[in-house]
Write a protein that binds this ligand. Structure first.
Ligand code: 13P
Ligand code: SF4
Length: 329
C-alpha cells in the first residue's frame, strides 16, 4: 500500500516549488499522457513509452523525475544509469508487469528454445533481461516487420497487443496471457450505443484493447499515434478508446473538436482511469524532487542484461538493424 503523506503541504504553492526544485536539482520532469492534467502541464516533456525512453536516454539533466509507472522509470534508469531517477510513488505498477513473473517467463522461454522473445516494454527489468527485443506500441509494427517470417516468436506480456500484431502481420506468435486492466474494461455494448449517438465520429483505439473493441476502431495505435490521428482526422468528434487523461492533450491542441472517452460497462469512462498512473500527485512529485526519493536503484548485472533488449528496440525502431540480423539474447 502507498504510504500516506505525513507532512502538511497545504500552504505551499506546489507548482512554484516544483519549478524551483527542478532548477536547483538540474532535473527534467518526464510525464506519460496518462498522468493527471496538472502534472502533464508542468512536465518538460509529455510522451508515449518510446518517446519517453528516448528522452531519458538523451537528457543531460542530473535528475529524472518520472511521472509514469515503475517500468517506465526503471527503463529510464537502465538507459541513463548515471542519473538519479525518482518516481513520485513507487507503488505505481502495471497489471501487465504483474502478470509476468520473471521465473515463470524464464520457464516459458525454456519450453520454447527455438523462439525469440519479443517483449512489450510494460514488464519488469528482470523480464527485459530475459528478452531479445523490447517493443512499445509505437515501435512494435516497425520492429516485427524486420523479423523474418520463419523466425518463431514468443510475445508477452500483453495478449491483446500480441493478438493484434498476429492478425495484422499474419504471424503466429505464442502469446503470454497478460492484459491491461484499464483497456480490458471498455464495454463493446456501451461503445456501440455511443457510436449510434455519434454516427460520424471515428473511434481511435490503443492496441492494448481487446479484439471486440479493436474491431470497431477506425484507427489503432499508440498514445502518440492516437494524438496524431486526433490532429489529422477531418471530422469534429472523436471517440477515444484509451486511458482518458490523454484527452487533455487533445483538448489543448484542438479546442474546436470534441473528444469522448470510450465507455466502460457503467456507461462512462471513469473506470478506465489507470489506478497506477493516478498514484502520482503534485504533492508526491514535490517531495520526490525535494528528497530525491523514492529512487530507482538497480543491480548493475541486471541493468546491463536488460539494456541489451532495450538497445535493440532503439536501434530497430530507427531502422538501423537490417532484416535477418536477429538472434536470441
Ligand atoms: P504508449 O504510450 O507507448 O502507447 O503505451 C501506453 C501504456 O500502456 C502506458 O502504460
Ligand atoms: Fe499498465 Fe494499463 Fe496502466 Fe498502462 S494503462 S500502466 S498498461 S495498467
Amino acid at each position: 500500500m502507498t504510504a500516506p503523506i505525513r507532512e502538511n503541504l497545504s500552504g505551499l504553492d506546489l507548482r512554484a516549488e516544483i519549478d524551483r526544485l527542478r532548477k536547483d536539482r538540474n532535473a527534467v520532469i518526464l510525464a506519460h499522457y496518462y498522468q493527471k492534467p496538472e502534472i502533464q502541464d508542468l512536465a518538460d516533456f509529455v510522451g508515449d513509452s518510446l518517446e519517453l525512453s528516448r528522452k531519458a536516454a538523451d537528457t543531460d539533466a542530473d535528475v529524472i523525475a518520472f511521472c509514469g509507472v515503475k517500468f517506465m522509470a526503471e527503463t529510464a534508469k537502465i538507459l541513463s544509469p548515471e542519473k538519479i531517477v525518482v518516481l513520485p510513488d513507487m507503488d505505481a505498477g502495471c497489471s501487465l508487469e504483474d502478470s509476468c513473473p520473471p521465473e515463470q517467463f524464464k520457464r516459458f522461454r525454456a519450453e520454447h528454445p527455438d523462439h525469440i522473445a519479443l517483449t512489450y516494454i510494460n514488464c519488469s527489468a528482470a523480464v527485459k533481461a530475459l528478452s531479445d527485443i523490447i517493443v512499445t506500441s509505437s515501435s512494435a509494427e516497425t520492429i516485427i516487420s524486420q523479423i523474418p517470417e520463419s523466425q518463431p516468436i514468443i510475445f508477452g506480456p500483453d495478449r491483446h497487443l500480441g493478438g493484434y500484431l498476429n492478425r495484422k502481420f499474419g504471424r503466429e506468435m505464442l502469446l503470454w496471457p497478460g492484459v491491461c486492466i484499464v483497456h480490458e474494461a471498455f464495454s463493446e455494448t456501451e461503445l456501440l450505443k455511443l457510436k449510434a449517438q455519434h454516427p460520424e465520429a471515428p473511434v481511435a483505439a490503443h492496441p492494448e484493447c481487446p479484439p471486440h473493441i479493436i474491431d470497431h476502431a477506425d484507427y489503432v495505435g499508440s498514445t502518440s499515434g492516437i494524438l496524431q490521428f486526433a490532429k489529422n482526422f477531418p471530422g469534429d468528434t472523436l471517440i477515444v478508446a484509451t486511458e482518458p487523461h490523454i484527452i487533455h492533450q487533445m483538448e489543448k491542441a484542438l479546442p474546436e473538436k470534441t473528444f469522448i472517452g470510450a465507455p466502460g460497462a457503467d456507461g462512462n469512462c471513469n473506470c478506465n482511469i489507470c489506478p497506477y498512473m493516478a498514484l502520482n500527485t503534485m504533492e508526491k512529485l514535490y517531495l520526490a524532487l525535494r528528497d530525491l526519493q523514492p529512487r530507482i536503484e538497480m543491480d548493475e548485472e541486471l541493468r546491463l542484461a536488460a539494456r541489451k533488449s532495450l538497445d535493440r528496440m532503439l536501434e530497430m525502431a530507427s531502422g538501423t538493424v537490417g532484416k535477418g540480423d536477429l538472434g536470441r539474447a
